[in-house]
Design a binder for this molecule. Structure first.
Ligand code: CTP
Ligand code: CA
Length: 222
């Protein structure tokens, strides 16, 4: 039995993808992070590889095993993810920001464990660099796809991010729906680009990732 190969829509294209959460240290035993299993980003990496792309996956801390045939670079904090992406984006044709990057980090990591006391604890946070926006604003920017995790006004917020970050496409995720997103096996997305939109109905993340990569390939070659 010879199975038909999937058409290699991204043959020889270099695709860089961020996935998973980032981890922002407070002290040697504590950190803050975002909800993210990494499943969607890992599924996208596998889908792009199957379409013939040369894939590099920059991953925050997750428990998934690396997709086969994909070059994986593991990082922890948003600053490390930013540095790693900027070092590896140079020759990329397509960049996909799928990571749930922490928007803020503690102003400093305490070198010693913070001991509890009877007082309230106040931490000060500073803003992390926006990896996706920095990539999209490069002089020789690759084709960029971002994600928008929203709990309300999904279209309006997603279109705002598409424009502000100078993206080619954005995939919006309704994270208020408990059946999809984060730790679930399934997801549903609405994809927006300057001239159109497409709803990808609820499906297994692997199936959705293939549909999304095919859409990226189609828009990229236009
Ligand atoms: N992103 C990034 N670097 C950051 C923050 C976000 O690369 N420091 C990327 C995410 O990977 C995602 C997109 O930007 O592809 C949108 O992330 P999201 O959290 O939805 O939007 P923000 O711009 O951070 O705005 P807000 O959290 O206020 O909605
Ligand atoms: Ca954010």
């Amino acid at each position: 039995l010879i199975l038909p190969d999937v058409p290699k829509l991204l043959l020889g294209k270099r695709v860089l993808i961020t996935a998973g959460p980032t981890r922002e240290d407070i002290d040697p035993v504590r950190y803050i992070t975002n909800h993210s299993s990494g499943k969607m980003g890992y599924a996208l990496a596998q889908a792009a590889q199957k379409l013939g792309a040369e894939v590099t996956l920059v991953s925050g801390p997750v428990t998934l095993s690396p997709p086969s045939g994909v070059n994986i670079l593991k990082v922890s904090s948003a600053e490390q993810m930013h540095t790693c992406v900027m070092q590896n984006v140079k020759n990329s044709d397509i960049f996909i920001g799928c990571a749930a990057v922490a928007d803020y980090r503690p102003i400093q990591k305490n070198s010693q464990k913070i001991k509890k006391s009877d007082q309230e604890l106040t931490l000060t946070f500073v803003k992390n660099p926006d990896i996706l926006s920095d990539v999209a604003h490069l002089a020789n920017a690759p084709f960029t796809l971002g994600f928008a995790a929203e709990t309300q006004n999904i279209k309006q917020y997603a279109l705002g991010k598409l424009q502000r970050k100078k993206l080619n496409m954005i995939a919006a995720n309704d994270v208020s729906d408990e059946n999809i997103g984060f730790n679930s096996e399934q997801n549903a997305l609405t994809v927006f680009w300057p001239e159109g939109e497409l709803k990808l109905e609820i499906a297994d993340k692997n199936i959705l990732a293939t549909q999304l990569m095919e859409l990226v390939a189609k828009r990229y070659t236009k």
